[in-house]
Design a protein around this ligand. Structure first.
Ligand SMILES: [Mn+2]
Length: 319
């Protein structure tokens, strides 16, 4: 589809449900609420839907949002590569062919919608919407600018990750000319943590172990340790980047207990190592710098296997 075709699609339809992915992030919500405001500004009816609800930290996107009452006629998915990511709380939308239009930036997109606009080279779904709205020419509101900025900033890790393109910076440069508090958004997205999260991070840094001349950092979290430290399990989400943030570490490994004898591994690597290849030997996979797998056995067993695999990488010698 071209941008002009999407523009016609918006004109020709009404009563939109905009789907965002489960465990929502700034990009899917920014794209959802940004598109919703855009369609409403066109005089259309539109709602945003999420299987897990809208987290507080994004409240500035939906502060003035009220759900509209209408009979749904058209379904758009934003930032959703695979229908399973819609979430099992919304099974009615996971049916193949149910979604009318998908706008996404994941190369892994499954093309499950009737029509799709997928640009795997784009930093964020919000960046695609920014370029789309620009081409369509209708002015955007400060709220839309705030939503799109948030999605681009969060998906690029505040313009730090390798997916940060000149286009992402150019879009941000235009967006911060609108009247919204981007410094407030950046602080809220990147600096502020809950006390529970701080405690979880402290627990991880206190209990991390180092191998192979400190080139491997490993943290193992059993259900018991997670319960006994009095920290909500949700606060341990996304901690896998911590081991790799230690200077000199080339491979960071997080082992989390899933069930009695099942452990989930999250592996992060520097440019020297391939995380995906590392996880493949245990039946997993992922991206080159971030991958995962599951290993069955006791924690002792799992750690032994993981240490052997790390040693096989040839990092451990002094030279
Ligand atoms: Mn995204």
């Amino acid at each position: 589809m071209t941008f002009a075709e999407i523009g016609r699609f918006f004109e020709e339809h009404d009563c939109y449900t905009i789907l965002t992915h489960k465990s929502p992030d700034g990009d899917t919500l920014g794209a959802g609420f940004g598109l919703c405001a855009y369609l409403r500004d066109m005089g259309k009816k539109a709602n945003v839907v999420n299987a897990d609800g809208f987290p507080d930290r994004y409240y500035f996107m939906y502060d003035d949002y009220t759900e509209q009452d209408f009979e749904e006629q058209c379904i758009i998915a934003v930032d959703i590569a695979d229908p399973s990511l819609i979430g099992s709380a919304l099974p009615q939308y996971m049916v193949p062919g149910k979604v009318d239009l998908c706008i996404d930036h994941h190369i892994s997109n499954k093309y499950y919608a009737k029509q799709s606009y997928v640009d795997g080279s784009s930093s964020a779904a919000c960046l695609i919407l920014f370029e789309l709205f620009k081409e369509l020419g209708r002015p955007i509101s400060d709220l839309i600018a705030a939503c799109l900025y948030t999605g681009i900033a969060t998906d690029t890790g505040c313009f730090k990750y390798e997916n940060t393109t000149p286009q992402a910076h150019l879009a941000a440069a235009e967006l911060i000319q609108y009247n919204f508090g981007y410094a407030f958004i950046n602080r809220r997205m990147f600096d502020i943590k809950s006390k529970g999260r701080m405690a979880a991070e402290k627990f991880v840094t206190d209990n991390m172990e180092f191998y192979c001349n400190d080139k491997c950092a490993l943290i193992a979290l059993t259900t018991e340790t997670m319960q006994s430290c009095g920290i909500e399990p949700a606060e341990f989400e996304g901690i896998a980047s911590i081991p790799l943030s230690v200077e000199g570490v080339e491979i960071g490994i997080t082992i989390k207990q899933r069930h009695e004898d099942v452990f989930k591994l999250s592996v992060r690597t520097t440019e020297k190592l391939d995380a995906s290849a590392f996880c493949k030997q245990f039946g997993g996979g992922g991206h080159i710098r971030a991958a995962g797998c599951e290993i069955k056995g006791s924690l002792e067993d799992v750690e032994k296997q993981v240490r052997a695999a790390v040693e096989a990488l040839g990092l451990c010698s002094d030279d």
